[in-house]
Design a binder for this molecule. Structure first.
Ligand code: ADE
Length: 243
């Protein structure tokens, strides 16, 4: 099935170049996904095309007004197949943290609508009555949701069937199995004084698999102790890595 993606943003020009390159461009061209960027300023009701306003109760900064976002979502829904209720995903540092499991979940949908703020927060009625999901890409604050939406779109689209050359490759990715990937090498066999690990040249598949598992576990233990702790390892394997 085709996955329809709508990105609602005040800065379409910041988003479009990424969609026109490499893997995403090919996924669009081959019809796996259909990605549309819509400027929700076009759905502002007033003469000045205002999309933001001061917060009630005072405080710093401006907020995105609810009406243009509701109107823009109605518009993009009407253009798509109404049989499928879209997921309306608000990009915000207050959201639940995006990860590979969320990417796999979103890949199954037919229609995703991303709401990107810029500089400012959203009127909370957008969160309460329009969004079905609130996503953050990590514990830091960006100037806008555009890069965050592209991060999510990229991670979801590369999981779609046929998007990557080799259908098997996503299964080996870091995070697909709760651990980081094993190290890999290509030619030359010797670069400066650094040689490729002998076992990889041995042709002994069982030894290679065992080496890769040990190295993947060691990477995970070193860089992501939080993930390492959650792996179902027996005591022997755990102590062999940790020591
Ligand atoms: N907008 C600003 N910062 C963000 C973040 N970390 N994740 C998602 N959207 C954002």
């Amino acid at each position: 099935h085709v996955l329809h993606l709508d990105i609602l943003s005040l800065f379409p020009e910041a988003i479009e170049p990424y969609l026109s390159s490499s893997v995403l461009a090919r996924a669009k061209r081959t019809g796996t996904v259909d990605i549309c960027v819509t400027n929700f300023r076009d759905f502002s009701e007033d003469r000045h095309k205002t999309v933001d306003d001061y917060p009630f109760g005072g405080g710093a900064g401006m907020l995105l007004k609810a009406p243009p976002l509701f109107a823009a979502v109605d518009h993009v829904r009407a253009l798509r197949n109404l049989e499928y209720a879209p997921r309306v995903i608000m990009m915000t540092p207050q959201g639940r943290t995006f990860n590979q499991a969320v990417a796999r979940e979103l890949k199954k949908e037919r229609h995703l609508i991303f709401l990107c703020g810029h500089y400012e927060g959203f009127d909370d009625r957008v969160r309460q009555h329009l969004a079905t999901d609130e996503l953050s890409i990590g514990d830091f604050v960006l100037t806008g949701g555009e890069l965050a939406a592209l991060v999510v779109v990229d991670a979801v689209v590369r999981l779609m069937p046929g998007v990557l050359g080799n259908e098997e490759s996503p299964k080996q990715d870091s995070h697909e199995n709760g651990m980081l990937e094993y190290p890999q090498y290509t030619r030359p066999r010797k670069f400066r004084e650094w040689e490729v690990p002998e076992v990889l040249l041995s042709g002994h598949h069982e030894n290679i698999e065992a080496w890769r598992r040990r190295e993947a576990l060691a990477n995970t233990c070193r860089n992501r102790p939080d993930l390492f702790m959650k792996l179902p390892l027996d005591e022997r394997e755990r102590s062999e890595i940790v020591r």
